[in-house]
Design a protein around this ligand. Structure first.
Ligand SMILES: Nc1ncnc2c1ncn2[C@@H]1O[C@H](COP(=O)(O)OP(=O)(O)O)[C@@H](O)[C@H]1O
Ligand SMILES: [Mg+2]
Length: 275
C-alpha cells in the first residue's frame, strides 16, 4: 500500500507519432513491475492507442463515463503487470460541461484510488489544444517526449512555451525518444534547455532518453509492451532507467489534492477556456 499521495504524470509531445504512447505504457508497465501501483489515463485518440499497445480490449471507455452510461470503476480495466487503464476518451471536451453531481461521482472514484495508486500516467493527445493543456495543468509532472528531428523539436518547444507562458507550469521534463545514444539525447536536452533559458526565462529538466530500437515496433505488432515482450532489448533497458529516474523524483503534493480532484481540475480548466 502506498504511503505518499498519487503522483500524476502527463505525457505530451506536441507532434504525434514521436512515441508518447510507447513511453506512457512502457513506463507504466515498468513501474508496475518494480512494485508500484500504476494507472494509465488514455486521453490520446491516436491510432496506436494505449489499449492496443497494452494488448487489451476494453468494452467501454471514458466517454461512457462522460455520457453517464458507466461509472469510472466500470470502465477501468487491468493490463500487464496489473497496470490499470482508463481507456480512450473521445469527446474529452465534454468534461467542461460535467455537472457538479457527475464530477462528484468521478472524484469519489478517483479519491478511492488515492490509496491504491502510486502513479497515474496521462497519455494526452497530440497538439496544443485546450484539453491537452487542461490535462497537463492538472498533473504534477509534465513529460515532453520528442525526437531529434526538426519538426518534433519545434513542436516540443511550442508545447513547453505554451505550458510555461500561458499556463505558468513548471516541473517539465524531457524524454528524447528514438536516439542513437544517451549522449545524443542529453545534447538534445541541453540545446533545448538553453533556448528555454534564453527565451522563456525558465528551465526544463532531463529524465532519460529512449534508444531507437526495432524491437519497439515488433512489440507493438505483437500487441505487447516492449518491457514485457523483450525485457533485454536496448529500449526496454532505457525504460527501466527512466522508471528509476521517475521513482527518484521528489513527490509533489498540490494544495488542491492529487488524484481526487484531478478530473475537477481538468474540467475547471476547460470551463475557464470555454467561457
Ligand atoms: N524508441 C523507438 N524505437 C523505434 N520505434 C519507435 C520508438 N518509439 C516509438 N516507436 C514507433 O513509432 C510509432 C509511433 O509511436 P507512438 O508511441 O504510437 O507515438 P505517439 O503516441 O506519440 O503518436 C510506433 O510505430 C512505435 O512503435
Ligand atoms: Mg499515441
Amino acid at each position: 500500500m502506498s504511503t505518499a499521495a498519487t503522483q500524476i504524470i502527463g505525457v505530451a509531445s506536441g507532434k504525434g507519432g514521436v512515441g508518447k504512447t510507447t513511453v506512457s505504457i512502457n513506463l507504466a508497465v515498468k513501474l508496475a513491475s518494480l512494485g508500484k501501483k500504476v494507472m494509465i489515463f488514455d486521453a490520446d485518440l491516436g491510432l496506436a492507442n494505449a489499449q492496443l499497445a497494452l494488448g487489451i480490449r476494453a468494452p467501454f471507455n471514458f466517454s461512457h463515463v462522460l455520457s453517464g452510461e458507466k461509472t469510472l470503476s466500470e470502465v477501468i480495466i487491468e493490463g500487464p503487470s496489473g497496470v490499470k487503464l482508463v481507456p480512450g476518451a473521445s469527446g474529452i471536451q465534454r468534461m467542461a460541461a460535467l455537472g457538479p453531481q457527475e464530477t462528484a461521482g468521478i472524484i469519489q472514484v478517483f479519491s478511492e484510488l488515492e490509496d491504491e495508486l502510486d502513479y497515474l500516467i496521462v497519455d494526452v493527445a497530440a497538439g496544443l489544444s485546450d484539453s491537452v493543456m487542461a490535462f497537463m495543468s492538472a498533473c504534477q509532472y509534465r513529460v515532453v517526449v520528442l525526437k531529434n528531428e526538426p519538426y518534433s523539436i519545434a513542436d516540443a518547444y511550442s508545447t513547453i512555451k505554451v505550458m510555461m507562458q500561458e499556463y505558468n507550469l513548471d516541473r517539465i521534463y524531457l524524454v528524447p525518444n528514438g536516439v542513437e545514444s544517451q549522449r545524443e539525447g542529453q545534447r538534445l536536452y541541453t540545446s533545448i534547455n538553453t533556448v528555454v533559458q534564453n527565451f522563456l526565462n525558465g528551465q526544463v529538466k532531463y529524465l532519460h532518453s529512449i534508444s531507437a530500437d526495432s524491437m519497439v515496433v515488433q512489440a507493438m505488432k505483437a500487441s505487447q509492451p516492449l518491457v514485457s515482450y523483450s525485457p533485454a532489448s536496448l529500449a526496454a533497458r532505457d525504460f527501466g532507467d527512466l522508471a528509476k529516474r521517475i521513482m527518484q523524483l521528489e513527490p509533489d503534493v498540490p494544495l488542491n489534492g492529487n488524484i481526487q480532484f484531478f478530473v475537477e481540475r481538468v474540467a475547471a480548466q476547460l470551463a475557464a477556456k470555454v467561457s
